[in-house]
Design a protein around this ligand. Structure first.
Ligand code: ADP
Ligand code: G3P
Length: 497
């Protein structure tokens, strides 16, 4: 009874899913962990919470499946990206809490580096922008602010890692300090054209290269787990950042294929093949996956608030008790009102990159109530996706023909998916398996273990659950989108000092 264990370490919870060799989910376990907000705009995770929750759910999933370590042929890991950790190589002790991808503490540093004119060079090599989102400036912050850290880093005593590296370090009992190309591509320190750590960028940020992990393909040898964790050593054979794992899980293997994942935020990736397409429209160029030494690139649009806007309706405004209540509310909303919500709660991500912006609502009347708010919240996710797709089409015209494959918790909402198709003017495909992140990690591990078929055969198993076709009249689509664009510009203007 051979199985594959996929570990998905996310921003709010750690999950583990056991798959059979046909990649059917057999059992799963999940655990949330505390979020720490030590100052405005700062977000941290306790490094040990990440590790302990992962070890717990991994063991629980295997147990729930009624299996033993001997039944698990391979482990695949996928993770929240960019989140930055620093630990002692001898003791394995973290020097600080993990600085989470959402954390904005390095905004001023990014501004300074931009003013000094470094962004074009950094963008050309890493595909990224000078935004606090990425790991590089977070690592610099740790070296500058944790007592003695820089000197110890220079002496080779410390290790830096994204969440995958930290988990592998712990899973292997400190034997392996490795990452994969997709996670490396999010650090701001990795040259994605040449597939190597960039010594000049590291020098600019004062980052000793002795800190950095070895970078490997997404499917391959990442070491063996400690025998005492599961009762027997298990090989770790697949690793990818969560959005790249979802791209694999959605079988977006051909250039022009794209997926968009709707969890807390929304991340759209367009496969551009072996071409590293630079963005002229403020998207990111990133590594989609690297297999057998061959890199496949993607254009990525990252939005920070998608499902989180529904959480705000529930926990902030308290107008719903459950996310699913948004659908009947949106259906009941007054068609004559055109409320627009720009959910820039933590600034605007792609393609605007305005960390200073905050949310705004337009078109309020005395009749505006919970139904109109719910509709505006769901629509904001569609409008933001349209912004990303406009930028993708401008960067890479072939994207215009694409169908969008969607996944993540929010795609349960038929209403939202229909609006998405309407406002994009393009089909939206929802697969049968929406746990695509874990599926992608499981597939990568299964591929390396020789248990799963090549990408082309895997792609044939991708199954559609429902296709949403655009129904909105073109004129109305243009009118609605034009108003959204004005609302965004007004939101940006309102944030000006
Ligand atoms: N039926 C629904 N309608 C609208 N939003 C939903 C629905 N179900 C879940 N969501 C939203 O989806 C998100 C959860 O998706 P998930 O993929 O689990 O996120 P993450 O991995 O980022 O924690 C939540 O923000 C929730 O508000
Ligand atoms: O953990 P998620 O699903 O919110 O994903 C986070 C992204 O990887 C951040 O870039």
């Amino acid at each position: 009874m051979i199985h594959i264990l996929a570990i998905d370490q996310g921003t709010t919870s750690s999950r583990a899913i056991v798959f059979d060799t046909k990649l059917n989910p057999v059992a799963s376990a999940q655990k949330e962990f505390p979020q720490h907000f030590p100052a405005s705009g700062w977000v941290e995770h306790d490094a040990l919470d990440l590790w302990v929750s992962v070890a717990g759910v991994a063991r629980a999933a295997v147990e729930k499946a009624g299996l033993h370590a001997a039944d698990i042929a391979a482990i695949g890991i996928t993770n929240q990206r960019e989140t930055t950790l620093l630990w002692d190589r001898k003791t394995g002790q973290p020097l600080h809490r993990a600085i989470v991808w959402q954390d904005r503490r390095t905004a001023a540093l990014c501004d300074r580096l931009k003013a000094e004119g470094h962004e074009p060079m950094i963008s050309a090599r890493t595909g990224l922008l000078l935004d606090p989102y990425f790991s590089g400036t977070k690592l610099k912050w740790l070296l500058d602010n944790v007592d003695g850290a820089r000197a110890r880093a220079q002496a080779g005593e410390l290790a830096f890692g994204t969440v995958d590296s930290w988990l592998i370090w712990n899973l292997t009992g400190g034997k392996r300090h490795v990452t994969d190309a997709t996670n490396a591509a999010r650090t701001l320190l990795y040259n994605i054209a040449e597939n190597r750590w960039d010594d000049e960028i590291c020098a600019l940020l004062g980052i000793p290269m002795a800190l950095l992990p070895e970078v490997r393909d997404c499917a391959g040898d990442f070491g063996m787990t400690r025998a005492d964790l599961f009762g027997r050593e298990i090989p770790i054979l697949g690793v990818a950042g969560d959005q790249q794992a979802a791209t694999v899980g959605q079988a977006c293997f051909a250039p022009g294929m794209m997926k968009s994942t709707y969890g807390t935020g929304c991340f759209a990736l367009l496969n551009t093949g072996v071409d590293m397409v630079p963005s002229s429209n403020r998207l990111l160029t990133t590594i989609a996956y690297r297999l057998n030494g061959r890199t496949t690139y993607a254009l990525e649009g990252s939005i920070f608030i998608a499902g989180a806007v529904v959480q705000w309706l529930r926990d902030g405004l308290k107008i719903i008790r459950d996310a699913a209540e948004t659908q009947p509310l949106a259906e009941a909303a007054d068609p004559s009102q055109e409320l627009l919500l720009v959910p820039a709660f933590t600034g605007l991500g792609a393609p605007y990159w305005r960390p200073e912006c905050r949310g705004a609502i337009f078109g309020l009347t005395r009749n505006s109530g919970p139904a109109e708010f719910a509709r505006a919240a769901l629509e904001s996710v569609g409008f933001q996706t349209r912004d990303l797709l406009e930028a993708m089409r401008a960067d890479w015209p072939a994207a215009a023909e694409g169908v969008l494959r969607v996944d993540g918790g929010m795609v349960a909402s038929d209403w939202t998916m229909q609006f998405l198709a309407d406002i994009l003017g393009a089909p939206v495909d929802r697969p049968r398996v929406t746990e695509t992140t874990a599926l992608g990690a499981g597939y990568l591990a299964g591929l390396a273990a020789g248990l799963c078929p090549d990408p082309d055969s895997f792609a044939q198993d991708w199954a559609l659950e429902r296709r949403f076709l655009p129904e909105m009249a073109q004129e109305r689509r243009q009118h609605r989108y034009a108003r959204w664009q004005k609302a965004v510009q007004a939101t940006i203007a309102a944030a000006a000092p």
